[in-house]
Design a protein around this ligand. Structure first.
Ligand code: AMP
Ligand code: MG
Length: 489
């Protein structure tokens, strides 16, 4: 039985497509041989107001061969600093089909990644391979499960065609859902084009979507920058607190919405190492775990430069105004990070020594190559036992640290039960461990999606110890060697 797409629940109201042309170009998703739904995100479909049954039976919609009513497929233009070098880019293989209005009135972009060539494809084929699209689905859903702002993944559909990489790989399209796909690089593009009205049009649009309160400010561009600085400081602090390494924090991969975007060579830490780099292309460690806050500020500074022409008034005064906003980044980052650190340690009150307490634990973890997730996940039980564990591995330093921490916890008004509950809400027991992700992708490549589905289910509920997630809590088996990721083209 075929049902009309209206019954599926599509409700598009496209606003980006109304912006001046240089910001986007029409794009036509390419027809593929035999589209098939590999994974469908049913909870997300429900949030979007979409019926699952018709979606399951309509792979065409997930490769762009069937367009929902009201769809206006476009590719977005943007520029970006890639590893520090400025380039003109744009959606080379992603097509925005429309903005869905959800049942609660949220506006979200629906984008098909891997749907064919666009005006911005340069030498690329506009296509994507199954493995990297399944990986983005898995990791973005894991981020969502961890409560971290992120683009979402609605579906992965295979195309029945091969994409040519070092070897031929099965092709697929990811349907990505985002608060918007406006990047720092989108502003860099608008500023570089320097056409009358372009930057103000983009800014007004972005303010309406992501910082409505900025519209009434004396200098909306500055108020918008302030908002983006705030959401990015919060976001990167959240990454750091779960051991997430984005891997390719180019300015075109930083969304002004404050959502994590563009899951390419990203990965989670197993052992704690501030210098951890997973991406094979990040030769100098520019995007190492410990560099992420610094890089975020670097990217925000590029945003500030791009916004300058829109600030208005005297140029020196405009520069002063954006500098003042940028100068707030470190304090904001520290505040978010310290608040999260306290929660991880079960602390509800503030003590001036808390930062040192947390930092000393990290130092110890780094010295002993301790597992990041497991160390924090183990703290609640130590608090409940009321005494430091006997640890021979770290010369008793971990025991000593626990002693200090337990004394600090003893001053908490809520007692051990409250502290342990807070820790269990703040320290995930499962993250997408690299070896588990690889295992799921390898099985999927061999035609078995059950391993992927099991891992996905576990990652959606990462804070509670369950029999189902028991096998997923441990770090990699010995002999895995250093993990490497490759850019997800
Ligand atoms: P990324 O490294 O995924 O952030 O992509 C950087 C730029 O390369 C973006 O403009 C992408 O649209 C473009 N790109 C990546 N893969 C392809 C591809 N297979 N075909 C065309 N453009 C691509
Ligand atoms: Mg990108």
């Amino acid at each position: 039985m075929t049902r009309s797409l209206d019954e599926t629940g599509w409700r598009f109201d496209n606003t980006y497509a109304r912006l001046p042309e240089p910001l986007h170009a029409p794009a036509v998703p390419v027809a593929v041989r035999s589209p098939a739904v590999m994974v469908l995100n049913e909870p997300l479909a429900a949030e979007l107001g979409l019926e699952v049954e018709p979606l399951r039976n309509d792979a065409g919609v997930f490769v762009g061969m069937t367009l929902p009513p009201g769809a206006e497929p476009i590719a977005q233009a943007y520029a970006g600093h890639q590893f520090g070098h400025f380039t003109n880019l744009g959606d080379g293989r992603a097509i925005l089909i429309g903005e869905q209005i959800t049942p609660v009135g949220r506006r979200v972009d629906v984008q098909l990644k891997g749907a064919g060539r666009t005006r911005y494809s340069r030498g690329g084929d506009g296509r994507a391979a199954e493995g990297p699209m399944l990986r983005e689905f898995l990791i973005s859903e894991a981020m969502h499960g961890l409560g971290i702002p992120t683009t979402r993944s609605l579906a992965v559909a295979s195309t029945g065609e091969w994409v040519m990489r070092e070897s031929p790989l099965p092709g697929a399209v990811l349907t990505r859902v985002a608060a918007s796909h406006i990047r720092v690089g989108t502003f860099q593009f608008a500023a570089a084009v320097d056409a009358p009205g372009l930057l103000p049009a983009l800014l007004t649009h972005a303010i309406a979507r992501h910082a409505p309160e900025a519209a009434a400010a004396e200098a909306p561009a500055v108020a918008f920058l302030d908002r983006v600085v705030e959401v990015q400081a919060a976001l990167v602090a959240r990454w750091m607190l779960v051991g997430f390494v984005h891997g390719v924090m180019n300015t075109d991969n930083m969304a002004v919405s404050g959502e994590t975007i563009d899951y390419g060579p990203c990965a989670f830490l197993d052992v704690y190492d501030p210098a951890a780099v997973f991406s094979s292309i990040d030769q100098h460690g520019r995007y190492a775990y410990g560099n992420q806050p610094t890089i975020a500020l670097w990217n925000l500074t590029r945003l500030a430069e791009s916004l300058l022409p829109a600030v208005g008034g005297d140029e020196d005064a405009a520069i002063d105004a954006v500098r003042r906003v940028l100068a707030t980044f470190s304090d904001r980052y520290d505040r978010h990070h310290l608040a999260g650190a306290r929660a991880k340690l079960g602390l509800t009150t503030e003590d001036p020594d808390d930062r040192r307490l947390f930092g000393d634990l990290l130092g110890l973890m780094s010295d002993t190559a301790a597992d990041f997730t497991a160390t924090f996940a183990g703290l609640a039980a130590i608090a409940e036992s009321g005494k430091p564990p006997n640890d021979e591995h770290a010369d008793g330093r971990f025991s000593a640290w626990c002693g200090r921490w337990l004394q600090r916890l003893a001053r908490e008004p809520g007692g051990t039960t409250t502290a342990a509950a807070l820790m269990r809400r703040s320290n995930p027991v499962v993250i997408p461990r690299n070896h588990r992700v690889e295992e799921a992708l390898a099985a999927a490549a061999a035609g078995d999606l059950t391993v992927f589905e099991r891992l996905l289910a576990v990652l959606r509920d990462p804070f509670v110890e369950t029999p189902a997630n028991e096998p997923y809590r441990a770090g990699p088996p010995p002999g895995c060697g250093p993990y490497r990721t490759f850019c997800g083209t």
